[in-house]
Unconditional design. Structure first.
Length: 238
């Protein structure tokens, strides 16, 4: 296996399970020193347990991770929550929680991580996990889709502002990926229907998303910034 990250350091939020765990595994396999920020303990890498909806705790966790790593090359903002609620039943508190975890936490981590990258003087890579839902909303996902659309916009603005420091900022937009998140909201019939939407005839795996994240975080992604790249098996193409 090519080791694209020998000597590199990374912070991965939401890296304890699912897509995040696959990202952590890929980075470690290729030589990266990783610290996970998650509300759950990580079994794959050293971690800091933190509620990413807590602004002060999140900022402190990033700063602690950077200190332990001795600098920062890569930030992967993967943490997120998902919930199905009909539009007319969404309580403002549920809306606020969705944005606090899915979007506001990324603002805080980007601010802290980019400051460390700028101080280090060698640029860096930031990859945010958005969603196919951030481009094409689905019924019952008004709060989730809106929060992920905001992630895409945040990514574009961060790329424009941080590029002068040699920092690239991109987003990945996974489609239907079978992970623990959302397991209680899907049926076998739905999985079959979703699989049929892809020209490839299958749903995504956490590893599919991890491969795209690793590319964007690697030297191969040096001239790619401000993009929201689909990992949807062709379900959407814009």
């Amino acid at each position: 296996m090519t080791r694209r990250f020998d000597g590199a350091t990374a912070v991965v939020t939401g890296g304890a399970r699912g897509i995040g765990a696959a990202i952590v595994d890929r980075l470690i396999d290729e030589g990266c020193d990783v610290i996970v920020l998650d509300r759950l303990a990580s079994e794959r890498a050293p971690g800091i347990v933190v509620d990413l909806a807590d602004v002060d705790a999140t900022r402190a966790a990033v700063e602690e991770a950077v200190g332990r790593l001795g600098g920062l090359d890569v930030l992967v903002n993967n943490a997120g929550i998902f919930r199905i609620t009909p539009l007319l039943e969404i309580d403002p508190s549920e809306w606020d929680e969705m944005f606090a975890v899915n979007t506001r936490s990324m603002l805080v981590t980007i601010q802290a991580a980019a400051s460390a990258m700028i101080a280090g003087g060698s640029g860096g890579r930031i990859v945010n996990t958005a969603s196919m839902g951030g481009k094409v909303g689905a019924p019952g996902q008004a709060h989730y889709a809106a929060s992920k659309a905001a992630v895409i916009s945040l990514t574009q603005v961060a790329a424009a502002e941080l590029g002068c420091h040699g920092i690239t900022v991109n987003a990945v937009c996974p489609g239907y990926v079978l992970t623990e998140m959302g397991a209680d909201t899907r049926s076998e019939e739905q999985v079959a229907e979703w699989s049929a939407l892809s020209p490839l005839g299958r749903l995504g795996t956490p590893g599919d998303v991890a491969e795209m994240v690793a590319f964007l975080a690697s030297p191969g992604g040096d001239y790619c910034t401000g993009q929201a790249l689909n990992v949807t098996g062709g379900m959407i193409t814009h």
